[in-house]
Design a protein around this ligand. Sequence first.
Ligand code: SF4
Length: 340
Amino acid sequence: MDEFDLPLGDIDLPPGEVAYDPNAMTILDPRAKERLSHSTLKLARSCERKYQRTRLLHNRQPRETSPSLSFGKAFGAGAQHYMLLRTLGHSPQVALDSALHEAWLQYWPIEEDERKFQTRVIRTLELSQPFQERMLLRYEIAEFRGKLASELSFRLDIDDRYYFVGYIDLVLRSRDTGRYAVTDYKTTALRGEDLSPYYRYSDQGIGYSIALDAIVGAELAEFDVSYWVAQLAGNGKAALFDARFSEYTFAKTLRDRFEWFLKLYFDVNYLKSLRGLDVYPRRDSCKAYNRVCNFFSDCGLTATDRPALYVPDDIVYDFNYSLDDLFEDHRRRLSIITSA
Ligand code: SF4
């Protein structure tokens, strides 16, 4: 879950500090916009009631955090920082020291368990250095408006209510082939030599690739999505400070992106149906990543449901799109390709 998944404006302070104002604008107001992201849609697919409780209702539960989320965020921030500093000409040692510091700062909230903790992030980043150096030999970071293309944000307006947002970790250009890749760092405890089935058809990189044309400055018919995965080792004390690193890169085309637009459209129509019926079914996703859902104890209690308070999204995004425009643009481009 990233910052985009926190409910907009649902002020979540301890009971008594903020009086819930029933006259304030809520997420149910026809003027309210609803922000979606890759993980919000995953949340909605995993349990509609959890999506409702997290995104649409005033939420007195602590925001859902976990050691895995804090760990993954800190690792990604540190690894990205390393790539940026190396690209800017800093030595491996300076880049690593600075990346470790960045990861330490980004490990927030400080949620730890026996497998995910701050010193393990630091060790994992140190171990990732040879992998990152190999990647630097193969890729360079693209530039956008005179800056390295890192941590760029986009907003895609779907209709009057819903919009989709994302942050792109890195946009890279292969030094050998010149192909561009939307790249995302991942950490996982999954076992196995080949994790490609987990990533090959992930929607995340495809969705984020909508910003590629603007970054590259040309209409691309083909591109790559790449997941750089830190695979945390298995059981045992020694394994806690070990990790392996793999690159999973997949060739994608405009057709893949067009398919993503369709899925987004279907997902939003489903959310609209839920909203129209005011029905949010429960699904058996009550335990994930070894944690019980925050709403487990009072999930069935609906008498106290109150709509989330609404505050407009004031983030300035690097890219702004409308789904209708992108749809038409891709239809045009696909017809040119198929008629050639
Ligand atoms: S407790 Fe289970 S059914 Fe209820 S919101 Fe959480 S995941 Fe859904």
